[in-house]
Design a protein around this ligand. Structure first.
Ligand code: HEM
Length: 184
């Protein structure tokens, strides 16, 4: 997993819970990196799992909720660092249906060692999108957070229902319906 995912996570933990919590979860985890991440480095996904698990233990917030909020936060990182990629889209459904064959393809060019999920489009209309998420990392809630913010970015909103195809969350169907005349 790329370092930017770790460094931005620790930034958010500091912002929400303070530097003491950052130190605490790093100390409670068994990290090969010792918690020193550079944005372009690559680290074991198991380090992220431990950090999130320990944050969950300390705060009593579920891992799902933590990953959802983290996904919503990460969208700001995309806006900041990859604004040009986002500017290619005029519509949230167009953007989300292009993750697999455009957005993450470009990411792979920048970071050949990025570990990305697959998002297969099963159905698509102007206002509806059904996609199948597959990833051994089971970060579907992080994806949901990014999707919520994608709709917000285009000044609209959506109802997004997740249907687990596999219990462990490594295959999840996203049923997305854009809400007409959403908040402007
Ligand atoms: C992971 C880039 C848009 C879903 C990632 C990672 C990067 C990235 C760098 C980490 C890879 C690694 O750690 O090795 C981008 C960029 C985007 C974008 C530059 C747009 C400009 C989206 C959107 C979604 C999404 C809109 C919506 C669902 C995910 C998920 C992961 C991920 C769920 C976690 C890894 C996993 O589940 O296996 N992305 N992404 N991405 N991305 Fe994107």
């Amino acid at each position: 997993m790329k370092g930017i995912v770790f460094s931005e996570f620790l930034e958010l933990v500091e912002e929400k819970f303070g530097m003491e919590m950052v130190d605490k979860i790093i100390n409670q985890s068994d990290l090969k990196s010792q918690g020193a991440y550079t944005a372009v480095g690559t680290y074991e996904f198991s380090e992220m799992l431990q950090l999130v698990q320990n944050l969950s233990n300390n705060t009593k917030i579920s891992i799902d909720d933590l990953l959802l909020v983290y996904g919503e936060h990460f969208f700001q990182v995309l806006e900041r660092d990859y604004g040009k990629m986002l500017a290619l889209y005029q519509d949230p459904i167009e953007m989300l249906s292009s993750i697999e064959n455009h957005i993450h393809v470009e990411v792979k060019k920048i970071y050949p060692d990025a570990e990305l999920p697959t998002f297969e489009v099963l159905e698509k209309t102007k206002t509806k999108l059904i996609m199948l998420y597959k990833s051994g990392r089971a970060m579907h809630q992080f994806g949901l957070g990014l999707m919520n913010k994608t709709f917000e970015f285009f000044n609209t909103s959506a109802e997004i229902v997740l249907e687990k195809i596999k219990k462990d969350g490594t295959e999840v169907k996203f049923l997305i319906t854009q809400i007409p005349n959403g908040p402007k």
